[in-house]
Design a protein around this ligand. Sequence first.
Ligand code: PEP
Ligand code: MN
Length: 359
Amino acid sequence: MQYKLDLKKNNLFRKDKKPLIISGPCSAESEEQVIETAKQLADSNVKIFRAGIWKPRTRPDTFEGLGSVALPWLRRVKEETGMLTAVEVANVWHLKEALKYDVDILWVGARTTANPFAVQELADGLRGLDIPVFIKNPINPDIELWIGAFERLNKAGIKKLAAIHRGFSYYGHSPYRNMPQWEIPIELKRRIPELPIITDPSHICGNRELLFSISQTAMDLDFDGLFIESHYRPDSALSDKDQQITPDELKTLLAGLIYRKSDVNNIRQMEGLNEYRRQIDHWDTELIRVLRNRMSVSEEIGRYKKKENITILQTGRWSEILEDRLAKARCLGMSDEFIIKIFKQIHQESISFQNKVMN
Ligand code: PEP
Ligand code: MN
C-alpha cells in the first residue's frame, strides 16, 4: 500500500493570509548585510527571512557560505524585526547548528533532495522534533524522488511540511536558469492536496526580469507562497547576484501581483484558460530556445567561414532553404506568406550572428 502523508495544520499557511512570502539574501555575507536587508524587508509582507549559511555551489572556489558564525545574526533578525528565520540544511551538523540558534524553519535544498541517503540522514536527525521543513524539488524532474523525501521526513515524525518549486535542470539554452515545468508541482498538488506549495521564482529565473511573470503564474495556479531572494546591494552579492533584487523592488513586485479570488465558476473558467495559456507559454519558450540553438549554429558557421575564408551569403543555399521549408510547412497547413516572412527574419538574424563572429 502507498504511504499516506500524515500532515499537521501549519499556521504559516492560512487561506486569509495567502500567499506566504519568504525573502532574504541567497547567502548571509556579513552582519551588516543581513541586518540591513532584514530591516528593509520588515515593513513588507515578508513573514520569513531566509539566508543561506552553507551554500551548495556548483563549482569549488566560489563563495560557500560563512557557516555557523552567521547564525547569531539571524537571531538578531528575529529579535529586531519579528520575522521568522529559515536556513538550508544538508546534514545533521547543519541541523544541530541551526537549532542551537533558534532557526524557526528549515529547508532542504534541491541538490540534497536528489540524494535519498542525505535525506534519510536528515530525517533521522529530525526524529522527535516539531519544526516546519520545506523541501525543494530535486534538480531533476522526478516527482517520485520529491514525494519520497516528504515520506522520509514524515515517517520520522515531521508533520509541518511544504514543497518549494524551484524549477528543473536541463542542458542547452533557455530563458530560465531552471525550467519551471509547472506540470510537476500541479501533479504534486493533485496527489497530495493538503501539502502547501511555495514557488521560488529566483532559482527558476536566474535573472531579475522574469521574476514577476513566474510569481504571477504561481498565484494564478493558486499556489501558497513565494520564496524570492533579496539583498540590500544585489549587484555586489557573493552568490546568485543576477537574480537578487532589493527589498524595495520586492515590495513593488508584490504590490503588482494580482491575487485572484473568484467564485467557483470563475475559478473553473480561469483554470481552463490557464491550461491553454500554459501550453502557449511552454511553446513560446521552446520557440525561443530553438531559435537560440539555431543562432548558435550560425555562430559556428561564421567561425568556420572565417577560418576557411568563405563569404557569408551564398544565394543558392538560401533559395534551397526557402523551398524546402515552404514545402514542409505546406504539409502542416501553414501559409506560404507566413513562412516566407518568418524565414526572411530568421535568415537576416542568422547573418548578423555570423557577422558578429566574423568581424
Ligand atoms: C538557495 O535557495 O539559495 C538554493 C541553494 O537553492 P536550490 O537548492 O534551489 O538550488
Ligand atoms: Mn540562491
